[in-house]
Design a protein around this ligand. Structure first.
Ligand SMILES: Nc1ncnc2c1ncn2[C@@H]1O[C@H](COP(=O)(O)OP(=O)(O)O)[C@@H](O)[C@H]1O
Ligand SMILES: [Mg+2]
Ligand SMILES: [Zn+2]
Length: 362
């Protein structure tokens, strides 16, 4: 059986992206297809450099081409992060392809820790990433990233973000004193945040991670209504009380049509550094069960761990400070799942506009 470019293409039309449930050709992921004798070479352009299924796709491509007569398959990998139609042009954050909200569980469950390590992991995997700290009453991104300088402006109009660990960083804490913010009325606080969103010059970003304040109050609600987010990452400990907050959060995001990218279980079992015994201090597996019940993706488990806390306090996220550690690997796995979930949202049919949204959406 001789293979030519046409039959190779036909074979590739039968290979589905396992997560996007469409074939690679109609997804526009096949580039530079060439056939020489029985050797097929092509570039597969993934929808994110953090693709969790790269290996599976590679194997499927090879198998499909070989069954169509190829004896050798050479795959070059590329990635082009996409955004939902109309996102970057119409939004307050031009140039930002996808906004990932991280929130709204109760305070102290590790939202900011997850947000920062997620951002750094996505950058390490090859994406252009920024993080915006929107916790006006308790900004923690400056400490977690070790960024303390005041941001500056090149043109006197827009603010340039700072940089750390390969990520562009901006915090409301750089500009507003949290004690001052506490005495503001709600609209002032949300106004300051929306202004910050508009005023930062992010340049080109694949992902902007937005670290939300706890709960489902005014601020998370207003942000959800005003930015066109790819979706929200929910963070919870395995404990029942924390999970109840997540269910509440899911209801709020459903109401404002923000897709749920999935749920992370943080402070999952503690692994003793001396004897490796696993102790489920806040219980274990509760978030996985809850995700299943709610019909949302489970994004992974992050252990309760000293290195994670110490890294946070030092401004050196564990993903940057000890990239080969088990702790870092847990975050990297979460980052791949989040990126996969974003790609799924982007490829899906366009969503209905959010109620109260002034800007027309694509
Ligand atoms: N997996 C973890 N292991 C150990 N400490 C953690 C972990 N996640 C978060 N922490 C610590 O818990 C505290 C609260 O985390 P933070 O990310 O600020 O929570 P939130 O943003 O939800 O309020 C911080 O001191 C942080 O270092
Ligand atoms: Mg926080
Ligand atoms: Zn021990």
């Amino acid at each position: 059986m001789a293979i030519d470019k046409n039959s190779a293409l036909e074979a590739l039309k039968k290979v589905n992206d396992p997560e996007l449930h469409r074939d690679l050709v109609s997804l526009g992921m096949v580039k530079d297809l060439a056939v020489e004798g029985t050797t097929v070479s092509l570039k597969v352009e993934l929808t994110t450099p953090a693709c969790p299924l790269k290996e599976t796709i590679g194997k499927d491509v090879e198998a499909a081409l070989k069954s169509a007569g190829a004896t050798a398959v050479k795959i070059a990998w590329g990635a082009q992060v996409r955004s939902a139609p109309g996102v970057s042009s119409a939004s307050m954050t031009p140039g930002v392809k996808n906004i990932i909200l991280v929130g709204a569980g109760k305070g102290g469950v590790g939202k900011s820790t997850v947000a920062v390590n997620l951002a750094v992991a996505l950058a390490q995997l090859g994406a252009k990433v920024g993080i915006l700290d929107a916790d006006i009453y308790g900004p923690s991104v400056p400490i977690l990233t070790g960024v303390t300088e005041k941001p500056t402006s090149k043109d006197g109009k827009r603010i340039s973000p700072l940089h750390a660990h390969g990520v562009a960083v901006m915090s409301i804490g750089f500009l507003v004193d949290p004690d001052q913010a506490l005495i503001w009325r709600g609209p002032m606080a949300t106004g300051a945040l929306l202004q910050l969103l508009r005023d930062v010059d992010w340049g080109e970003l694949d992902y902007l991670v937005l670290d939300l304040p706890p709960g489902t109050g005014d601020i998370p609600l207003t942000i959800s209504q005003n930015v066109k987010a790819a979706g929200v990452v929910l963070v919870s400990t395995p404990q029942d009380v924390a999970l109840a907050d997540v269910i509440r959060a899911k209801l709020m995001f459903d109401k404002v049509s923000v897709p749920i990218l999935g749920l992370v279980e943080n402070m999952s079992a503690f692994i003793c550094p001396h004897c490796q015994t696993e102790t489920p201090i806040f219980d274990k597996g509760g978030a996985r069960d809850a995700a299943e019940k709610m019909g949302i993706r489970f994004l992974g488990e992050v252990p309760l761990d000293l290195a994670i806390r110490v890294g946070g306090d030092k401004g050196l996220p564990v993903v940057a400070g000890a990239p080969d550690s088990l702790q870092a690997k847990a975050f990297i796995e979460v980052a791949k799942q989040v990126a996969g979930s974003v790609s799924q949202q982007v490829v899906k049919a366009p969503r209905l506009p959010v109620i109260g949204q002034a800007v027309a959406r694509g």
